[in-house]
Design a protein around this ligand. Sequence first.
Ligand code: ATP
Length: 176
Amino acid sequence: MRLKSLELQGFKSFPDKTTLYFDEGATVIVGPNGSGKSNITDAMRWVLGELSSKNIRGTKMEDVIFGGTEHRPAMGFAEVSVTFDNSDPDHRLDSEFDEVTVTRRYYRTGESEYLINKEAKRLRDIHMLFMNTGVGREGYSIIGQGKVAEIISKKSEDRRHIFEEAAGISKYRYKK
Ligand code: ATP
């Protein structure tokens, strides 16, 4: 599968609907300090099911919702969607669709929603969809600032998850 796009709305510093398209090859995002570059990786981590607000640089889950500025009121919910091209027969997500869009929505009231191709799902379904692909919550495809040091210095039991995911056996361990 191939990453196609990421859409943010009401997520951290992105109150307006913003879509990033990822073409073949490398995509680079540049901007001054504090302009919101890391918020984009936070959004990616979050839509894939991240549950720890600390891992997305917040203290509580509500911190993902646009908090308002002097000129613009705070928003009531945050929504992020990630779309993958799933048409490569050799590297498919476990889904019948040739394009898979995963959406996560979180309301200030504390309610959460997960969708796969606009159909309501449980977090567990999102977790299962990406397991063994290296992409999901346990994946190693998002290597943030400081993550390399964390990988080599973590407890061996934690490090094992990374290798099991890379070897493609974490799904079977989870099922067992
Ligand atoms: P650096 O280069 O310093 O790492 P960056 O470009 O990665 O910075 P981020 O850390 O992604 O920038 O963005 C920080 C900005 O996002 C800050 O201006 C912060 O006020 C804003 N921000 C974070 N959460 C929210 C929120 N919930 N509502 C509104 N703005 C937010």
